[in-house]
Design a protein around this ligand. Structure first.
Ligand SMILES: CC(=O)N[C@H]1[C@@H](OP(=O)(O)OP(=O)(O)OC[C@H]2O[C@@H](n3ccc(=O)[nH]c3=O)[C@H](O)[C@@H]2O)O[C@H](CO)[C@H](O)[C@@H]1O
Ligand SMILES: [Mn+2]
Length: 304
C-alpha cells in the first residue's frame, strides 16, 4: 500500500481546500458570492480574498505603527475593558499599535495588560450633554491629534467606536491610503435605501441616484495625511451645518459618506470588520472580526 496515497486521500477529506490551494494558488483567492473590487478598482476585503501569512510577511519587513483612537466618555467607559482585551487578542497582533484613548475619566480606565510593542496614551477631554455632539466632536479631536502629535509617531491610523469587540483577526490586510468600512446594515441593499443626508441645505447632502456604498463611521482609517484631510473636511462641514442650524441625519456618519463619495477610499473593508451583533449571522460573512455589542441606548447615553 502506498502511504503517500493514503496521506493524500486523508488530506483531501479533512482539508479539501488545501488540495485546491496546492494546485491553483491564484484561483483559490477570491470570492464568487460577493464583490471583492469596487468600480474604481479598490479591493474590498473579505475572508478568502487574501493570504494572512503572505500579507503579514510583507508588512513585517516594514517597521509600521498603527495609531488607534477610541473615545470613552460618560457611561461608555464600561465598554473599554472588552474593547482593549479583545483588541490585544485579535487586532494587529505582532505589530506596533499605539492606542489613543479619549475619556473624561482617566481614573476609571481598566487595567488591561498590553502586549509587546503596544502602547496606550490617555487624553483627558470633557464630556458633553448630547451623545450626538460626542460622536461628531471626534472629527475635530482626531484632526488635532494627527496635526499635533502623530506625524513622527505612526504610519497609519484607525478610528474605532468603543461599543464594539474583536472576535477574529483584524490585521495588515486592512491597511491602505484611505480605508472605509461598509456599514453592516446596508451591504446587501440597493442604493436608494441608503440613509444619506437628503436635504440640500446640509453639507452632507447626497442627491438621489448618487453614492457608491453606505459606510459606517464606527471604523475608518488610512494614512495620516489622508485621514487628516478627511477629519478636517468633515469638521469644517459639521461647523458650517451648525452655523446654519442643521444637523445631518446620521451626524458625522453622513459627512463621512459625503467625503467618501468625492474622495474614493483606496480600500474597502467588508462588514466582517464591523458587524451588527455577534449573534446575527449572514451568509456572506464567514468570519466576524469586530462587532458592535448590544447596548441599551437609553441607559448609556446622556440624552435620547
Ligand atoms: C454602526 C454605526 O454606524 N455606528 C454609528 C452610529 O451609531 P452608534 O449607536 O454606534 O453610536 P454610539 O452610541 O456608539 O456613539 C459613537 C461613539 O461615540 C462615543 N460616545 C458616544 C456617546 C457617549 O455618551 N460616550 C461616548 O464615548 C463612543 O466612542 C461611541 O462608540 O451613529 C453614530 C453617529 O450618528 C456614529 O456615526 C457611529 O459610529
Ligand atoms: Mn457605536
Amino acid at each position: 500500500m502506498c502511504s503517500a496515497k493514503i496521506l493524500k486521500c486523508r488530506d483531501y477529506h479533512v482539508f479539501p481546500h488545501r488540495l485546491i490551494y496546492w494546485g491553483f494558488t491564484s484561483i483559490w483567492f477570491g470570492r464568487t458570492d460577493v464583490a471583492s473590487v469596487t468600480p474604481w478598482l479598490a479591493p474590498i476585503v473579505w475572508e478568502g480574498t487574501f493570504d494572512a501569512t503572505v500579507i503579514d510577511s510583507i508588512y513585517k519587513q516594514q517597521n509600521i505603527t498603527v495609531a488607534t483612537t477610541v473615545f470613552a466618555l460618560g457611561k461608555y467607559i464600561r465598554f473599554l475593558k472588552d474593547f482593549l482585551e479583545s483588541a490585544e487578542e485579535h487586532y494587529f497582533v505582532g505589530f506596533q499599535v499605539h492606542y489613543y484613548l479619549f475619556t473624561d475619566q482617566p481614573e476609571a480606565i481598566p487595567n488591561v495588560k498590553l502586549g509587546q510593542k503596544r502602547y496606550l496614551t490617555v487624553k483627558k477631554v470633557p464630556s458633553l450633554n448630547r451623545w450626538q455632539d460626542i460622536s461628531m466632536g471626534r472629527m475635530e479631536m482626531l484632526e488635532k491629534l494627527i496635526e499635533n502629535e502623530l506625524a513622527k509617531e505612526a504610519d497609519y491610523i484607525f478610528c474605532l467606536d468603543v461599543d464594539a469587540k474583536f472576535y477574529g483577526r483584524w490585521g495588515v490586510e486592512s491597511l491602505g491610503r484611505l480605508v472605509g468600512v461598509i456599514h453592516p446594515w446596508f451591504f446587501d441593499l440597493p442604493r436608494f435605501i441608503f440613509t444619506y443626508e437628503r436635504r440640500p441645505e446640509s453639507q452632507a447632502y447626497i442627491p438621489a441616484g448618487q453614492g457608491d456604498y453606505y459606510y459606517t463611521a464606527a471604523a475608518f482609517g488610512g494614512s495620516l495625511k489622508d485621514v487628516h484631510h478627511l477629519t478636517k473636511t468633515c469638521r469644517e462641514h459639521l461647523n458650517t451645518d451648525a452655523a446654519n442650524s442643521i444637523e445631518a441625519i446620521w451626524h458625522e456618519e453622513s459627512h463621512l459618506n459625503k467625503y467618501f463619495l468625492y474622495n474614493k477610499p483606496s480600500k474597502l473593508l467588508s462588514p466582517e470588520y464591523l458587524w451588527r451583533d455577534i449573534s446575527m449571522g449572514a451568509g456572506q460573512v464567514k468570519i466576524v472580526r469586530f462587532s458592535h455589542v448590544t447596548k441599551n441606548n437609553a441607559e448609556v447615553r446622556p440624552n435620547l
